[in-house]
Design a binder for this molecule. Sequence first.
Ligand SMILES: [Zn+2]
Ligand SMILES: [Zn+2]
Length: 212
Amino acid sequence: MQALTVGPLATNCYLLWAPETREALVVDPGAEPENILMVVEHLGLRVTRIVNTHGHADHIGANAALKRRTQARLLIHAADAPLLLDPEANLSLDAGWPIVSPGADETLHAGQTLLLGKTPLAVLGTPGHSPGSICLWGNGCLFSGDTLFAGSVGRTDLRGGDTRALFESLRTRILPLPPETRVYPGHGPVSDLATELRDNPFLAEGGPYGGA
Ligand SMILES: [Zn+2]
Ligand SMILES: [Zn+2]
């Protein structure tokens, strides 16, 4: 796994690959396609899939360039697929920099498993920050998008956000994961679930979402 931080909102883009084949999956190429491609080339990877944890502009901005250069297939949850094509819905219009991504080649659904080489990656349906937000979980790692951050959780005041849904997602999809799970969020530093269960005010016992 290799992480890069890209774009004005410091989005974490992750490269995951199968060591045997160098086949790679890019999570959230939010911006700076040239930098992402440079790392891809440096590591000798063959990108076959792009997965967006959700459809906000800061997570999809380099989809187009990456697809053009690698012919990768683009995967996103069905509920966020319309955001790819709609700068108003993906929040880029308000930022004055309208982003239109290519459409999804494949829509994801909760409970599905992606295989990267021999490693299964579970698609956890975690609506709340956006209707089609997902997390990827596999090999002891959680790629949590804008659902869970070190010390915080995703905001729900944006278009399509739903605080109750985020609450349910955290309670039913994230809290049951093994505490040693490494957490790789869409923004900010890496963490692990045990630390978040202890220190994250949203997850810790007595917090608004913890112990509920
Ligand atoms: Zn977002
Ligand atoms: Zn974001």
